[in-house]
Design a protein around this ligand. Structure first.
Ligand SMILES: [Zn+2]
Ligand SMILES: [Zn+2]
Length: 154
């Protein structure tokens, strides 16, 4: 139970961590790696994809050390990062940017809200004056808009 708490806290903390990384680092001194995610192109991969390693490495090492030295705290921490990584990948690459096309978001109010918020983030192609740096938690206005759209469609 204790480790489930660590796992869930890590997952939640990751949203904040990803927000801060995006806000202050990716739109800061590492803009050089994030820029190609804001400019339209035809390539399959982006320099921006390298940021996944930023979390994949500590997650992998935490899980590895748990296996080697029986450190369940580190294991729960590592799996929390991993779970967030999967959620982020699913929402950002699959649902929003459609890099893999196997699901539509039109019917789900939550995904539609995340999509709207992130599209606003992308409407600005510059390093400065960005909006909506989070991924799984977005400003309230988008949830409201999304729910209203549903009412219109019915
Ligand atoms: Zn950005
Ligand atoms: Zn994006």
């Amino acid at each position: 139970m204790k480790w489930l708490f660590v796992f869930m806290t890590t997952f939640l903390f990751m949203e904040f961590s990803a927000w801060a990384l995006h806000r202050y680092v990716m739109h800061g001194f590492l803009w050089i790696l994030h820029e190609d995610h804001h400019v339209p192109h035809q390539h399959k991969f982006e320099k921006n994809d390298l940021f996944s390693l930023f979390y994949a490495v500590p997650s992998f090492l935490s899980i590895l050390f748990d296996h080697l030295f029986k450190l369940p705290f580190l294991g729960a921490f590592g799996y929390g990062i991993l779970a967030y990584g999967f959620a982020y990948f699913f929402v950002h690459e699959v649902i929003i940017h459609r890099r893999l096309k196997f699901i539509s978001l039109k019917k789900n109010w939550y995904f539609r809200a995340l999509n709207m918020a992130h599209k606003v983030h992308h409407s600005n192609q510059r390093k400065e004056d960005g909006k909506n740096f989070g991924m799984l938690i977005v400003p309230m206005e988008y949830y409201k808009k999304s729910i209203q759209m549903k009412k219109i469609n019915i």
